[in-house]
Write a protein that binds this ligand. Structure first.
Ligand code: FMN
Length: 321
C-alpha cells in the first residue's frame, strides 16, 4: 500500500503510531517501525535524559525510521531538545502544540521532517505556510488533547486546503483497517493511531489502564479539563465526575497537570509497577474508538492487520463501483 506518506517517511505501510505521552515508549515505537509502520516516541512525559535514553533504545531495537513527538517545550528550550532528537537518529519531529519557524529550519537543514497536529483547517494552513512537511488532521474522537470537529468532517476539508502541498494523515477514532480504508477514501495519505496501540503488550501503561480500555464501550470517554487544564478526551472516572460537578475552574496548562498529580490522580508516564494508582480516578487518555478494542494484540500484528483489512475494505468498495 504505497502512498505519499510511505514515500515521505520511507516506510512500507501508511500506519503511524501516535506519539502518545506516557504510552509510546521505545518498546512500542520499535515494534511498530519494525513491522513496517512508523513509530513515534511520545516524549512529553519524559525528562531530557530519559528522552535521549529512550531514543537510543529505539535505535538499538530497530534500524527502521521513527519519529519523536514533543507536546510542549518552552520556545527557548526547543532547539536544544530538537537537536537531541535529531542527533539520536529520528527522521521526523512532531510538534504537538505548534512549532517555531527556526525549529522547522533546524530540522530541514538536517533532513528531518516536521509534522504538526491540527484540529482545524486553519491550523493546517498555518502549519504548511510555516514549512511543515506533513499534517495530522485529528478529529474530536481522538484520545488526549482534542478539538471539536469530527474526523469524518475534518479530514476532507484539510485535504482540500493543504493536500495539494503536503501529505495529510487522518487521526481520531481509527482502530482498524476499515478506518485506514476510510481515511484513504477521504483523500488522506495514511493514519495516525493512538488508542488502539495502548492495548498492546508493548505499550507503557499504569496498572489498570489497559483493563479499563478493554472494558469500556464507545460512550466510555469524556472531554474534560480536569487532568491538564486543556480539553482532553479520557476514560470517564470519578475524578472527572467530581471535578465537573464541583464547578471548579481548571488551572491553566500545565498548572492543572500538577494539580491532578498532587491529587494522586495522574501518574501518566508510569509503568505497570507504579504504586498507588486508582483506575477509578486515574488520568487515562482514550478515544471514542475504545469500544472496538476487546483484546491486547502485539503491535506488529496490528500494523499488518490494518493493511490487510484496509485492502479488503477497499476491494469491497471497488466491487460496488
Ligand atoms: C494516552 C495518550 C497520550 C497522548 N499524548 C499526546 C502527546 O503527547 N502529543 C500529541 O501530539 N498527541 C498526543 N495524543 C494524541 C495522539 O497523538 C493522537 O492524535 C490520538 O490518540 C488519535 O486518536 P485515537 O486515540 O482515537 O487513535 C495522546 C493520545 C493518547 C490516547
Amino acid at each position: 500500500m504505497r502512498t505519499r506518506l510511505t514515500e515521505a517517511l520511507k516506510v512500507e505501510h501508511p500506519v503511524m503510531l501516535a506519539g502518545m505521552g506516557g504510552v509510546s515508549y521505545s518498546r512500542l515505537v520499535a515494534a511498530v517501525s519494525a513491522a513496517g509502520g512508523f513509530g513515534c516516541l511520545g516524549a512529553s512525559t519524559m525528562g531530557d535524559e530519559q528522552m535521549v535514553a529512550e531514543i537510543a533504545a529505539v535505535r538499538s531495537l530497530t534500524d527502521r525510521p521513527f519519529g519523536v513527538d514533543l507536546l510542549t517545550a518552552a520556545p527557548q528550550d526547543m532547539p536544544a531538545k530538537v537537536q537531541a532528537i535529531i542527533d539520536g537518529g529520528a527522521s521526523v519531529f512532531v510538534a504537538g502544540l505548534g512549532v517555531p519557524r527556526e525549529v522547522i529550519d533546524q530540522c530541514h537543514e538536517q533532513d528531518v521532517l516536521v509534522v504538526n497536529m491540527c484540529g482545524k483547517v486553519h491550523h493546517a494552513v498555518a502549519a504548511v505556510e510555516a514549512g511543515c512537511d506533513l499534517v495530522v488532521a485529528q478529529g474530536t474522537e481522538a484520545g488526549g488533547h482534542t478539538g471539536q470537529v469530527a474526523t469524518m468532517a475534518l479530514v476532507p476539508q484539510v485535504v482540500d486546503a493543504v493536500g495539494g502541498e503536503v501529505p495529510v494523515v487522518a487521526a481520531g477514532g481509527i482502530t482498524d483497517g476499515r478506518g485506514l480504508a476510510a481515511a484513504l477514501t477521504l483523500g488522506a495519505d495514511g493514519v495516525w493511531v493512538g488508542t488502539r496501540f495502548i492495548a498492546t503488550p508493548e505499550a507503557r501503561a499504569v496498572p489498570g489502564y489497559k483493563d479499563r480500555l478493554l472494558a469500556s464501550d464507545e460512550a466510555g470517554t469524556v472531554i474534560t479539563r480536569a487532568y491538564t487544564g486543556k480539553t482532553c478526551r479520557v476514560l470517564r472516572t470519578t475524578y472527572v465526575e467530581e471535578f465537573e460537578a464541583s464547578g471548579a475552574r481548571p488551572e491553566p496548562f500545565p498548572g492543572q497537570v500538577i494539580r491532578s498529580m498532587t491529587d494522586g490522580a495522574n501518574h501518566l508516564g508510569g509503568g505497570e509497577d507504579t504504586p498507588d494508582v486508582d483506575p477509578d480516578r486515574e488520568f487515562m487518555p482514550a478515544g471514542q474508538g475504545v469500544g472496538a478494542i476487546t483484546e491486547l494484540v502485539p503491535a506488529g500484528d496490528l500494523v499488518r492487520s490494518f493493511v490487510d483489512e484496509a485492502t479488503a475494505a477497499l476491494g469491497r468498495a471497488d466491487a460496488l463501483a
